[in-house]
Design a protein around this ligand. Structure first.
Ligand code: 3PG
Length: 399
C-alpha cells in the first residue's frame, strides 16, 4: 500500500518510521545518506499539511538510554536538510513526547528519541512489543513505514505498529523496492555481483541464492580469505572463518556446475599489522605467506591486478550489484581496491546498485557522489535479505 491509499493527510497526525541509523563519530554524523533518503516522504507530508511524528532507531542500545545513541544530532541535520525546524523530544514515550505531538500544527515535524532506548521495541515477547507499539500508535492517525533498512526486522515500530493503524509504505521504501525488483525479476545481462565485507557467514543466504541468478560473482573484502583457504591456499594471519570452509567449497562446486563464474583475487595487499601506517606489500593470492611478514602477515585489501580485473568485468556488465568493501577502506593504504571498484561502477554503462550501509559509506568517504551510481540502497541486511528472496516482515505487514 502506498501513501495514496491513506487518503488526505491534511491536519492528520502521521507517524513515520524512518531508518535514521547513521554512523556517528564523537557525536558528529559521518554519513548523512539515510537522512537525505528520508526527505522525499517528509517533504511530501509537509506539503500535504500533515503533522509529522518521526520515529527511528540508532545503533543497538539494549533497551536503555545511552547518550552516544541519541537521535538529537540527527534532528539538527534533518532540520538543515529539510530547511525547516525539526523539534526533538528526548524521550520516545511519556508526557514530553505527548505534549510535543499535541502541539504540532499542520506541516510541523517532531523527531522522538531512539526507539531502542525502550525494551519493548526489540523484545522477543510479542505482548511487550505490542504494548510498546500501542503507546506509539496513540500518537497518530496513520502510519507510514519508510525505514527500508529495518524492514527485515520484526520489531514493534516496524511490524506491530503497522497492524495497529492504517498503514502504507513511504516513498523511500517504494523506490528501494522498484530498484531491487529490477535485480531479482529480470536483470539485464551480464549480471555481476561484487561481494566484500569481513564475513562470509553474514552473506551465506545471499551467495546461495545468487548462484542461481548471476553470471559472475567477484569476491573481495575479508571474506575472500575463506574462499582462498577453501581452494587450499594458506592465508597467514588474515581473517579466516574455518567453520565456513565446507560451505564455501560447496559454493565453488555449485558455481562450476551451474556455469556461474566466481572470480577470486590473484593478488593481495598484505600488512604487518592491522593499522593505518603498517608496513605492507603486494603478493600473489596463492602465496600470501611469501610476504616478508611470513605467517603473521594480514591481508587488508585486494591487489592492483585484481582490482583492474574486477573493473574490466564491471565495465562489460549490464547490471552490477555491489555489497561490502574490498578492503579496509577507512585506512588510505588499504582503500585502493574499494576505490577502483567504486570508480568502475561509476564508469560502466550498466545499471549499478550499491547496497549496504558500509558500501554506501565507503563510496561517499572515498569522494564519490550518489548520482554517479544507478542507486545507493539505504538497506544493508534488508537489501541482502530481499535479494535472497526472503519474506521481509516489515513489507509483509503492508501488503
Ligand atoms: C542497518 O544499519 O542495517 C539498519 O539500520 C538496521 O539496523 P540493525 O541491524 O541494528 O537492526
Amino acid at each position: 500500500r502506498t501513501i495514496e491509499s491513506l487518503g488526505s493527510l491534511a491536519s492528520r497526525t502521521v507517524i513515520v518510521r524512518c531508518d535514521l541509523n547513521v554512523p556517528l563519530s564523537d557525536g558528529r554524523i559521518t554519513d548523512d545518506g539515510r537522512i537525505r533518503a528520508s526527505l522525499a516522504t517528509i517533504s511530501e507530508l509537509r506539503e500535504a499539511g500533515a503533522k509529522i511524528v518521526l520515529i527511528s532507531h540508532l545503533g543497538r542500545p539494549k533497551g536503555v538510554p545511552e547518550a552516544a545513541s541519541s537521535l538529537r544530532p540527527v534532528a539538527e541535520r534533518l532540520s538543515e536538510l529539510l530547511g525547516a525546524p525539526v523539534a526533538f523530544v528526548a524521550e520516545t514515550v511519556g508526557p514530553d513526547a505527548q505534549s510535543a505531538v499535541a502541539a504540532l500544527t499542520d506541516g510541523d515535524v517532531v523527531l522522538l528519541e531512539n526507539l531502542r532506548f525502550n525494551p519493548g521495541e526489540t523484545s522477543k515477547d510479542p505482548d511487550e512489543r505490542r504494548a510498546f507499539a500501542a503507546q506509539l500508535a496513540a500518537y497518530g492517525d496513520v502510519f507510514i513505514s519508510d525505514g527500508f533498512g529495518v524492514v527485515h526486522r520484526a520489531q514493534a515500530s516496524v511490524t506491530d505498529l503497522a497492524e495497529l493503524l492504517p498503514s502504507a509504505a513511504g516513498r523511500l521504501v517504494a523506490a528501494e523496492l522498484d530498484v531491487l525488483r529490477r535485480l531479482t525479476e529480470d536483470p539485464a545481462r551480464p549480471y555481476t555481483v561484487v561481494l566484500g565485507g569481513s564475513k562470509v557467514s553474514d552473506k551465506l543466504g545471499v551467495i546461495a541464492h545468487l548462484l542461481d541468478r548471476v553470471d559472475t560473482l567477484l569476491i573481495g573484502g575479508g571474506m575472500l580469505f575463506t574462499f582462498l583457504a577453501a581452494q587450499g591456499h594458506r592465508v597467514a594471519g588474515s581473517l579466516l572463518e574455518e567453520d565456513q570452509l565446507d560451505t564455501v567449497r560447496g559454493y565453488l562446486a555449485q558455481a562450476e556446475a551451474r556455469g556461474v563464474r566466481i572470480v577470486l583475487p590473484t593478488d593481495i595487499v598484505v600488512a604487518e599489522s592491522f593499522s593505518a601506517d603498517a608496513a605492507h606489500e603486494i603478493v600473489p593470492a596463492d602465496a600470501i605467506e611469501s610476504s616478508r611478514f611470513g605467517a603473521s602477515g594480514i591481508g587488508l585489501d585486494i591487489g592492483p591486478e585484481t582490482a583492474a580485473a574486477f573493473a574490466a568485468i564491471i565495465a562489460e556488465s549490464a547490471t552490477v550489484f555491489w555489497n561490502g568493501p574490498m578492503g579496509v577502506f577507512e585506512m588510505e593504504a588499504f582503500a585502493s581496491g574499494t576505490r577502483t571498484v567504486a570508480r568502475a561502477l561509476t564508469e560502466t554503462d550498466g545499471f549499478t546498485v550499491v547496497g549496504g550501509g558500509d558500501s554506501a559509506a565507503a563510496v561517499r568517504a572515498l569522494g564519490f557522489s550518489d548520482d554517479q551510481f544507478g542507486h545507493i540502497s539505504t538497506g544493508g541486511g534488508a537489501s541482502l535479505e530481499f535479494l535472497e528472496g526472503a519474506q521481509l516482515p516489515g513489507l509483509e505487514v503492508l501488503s
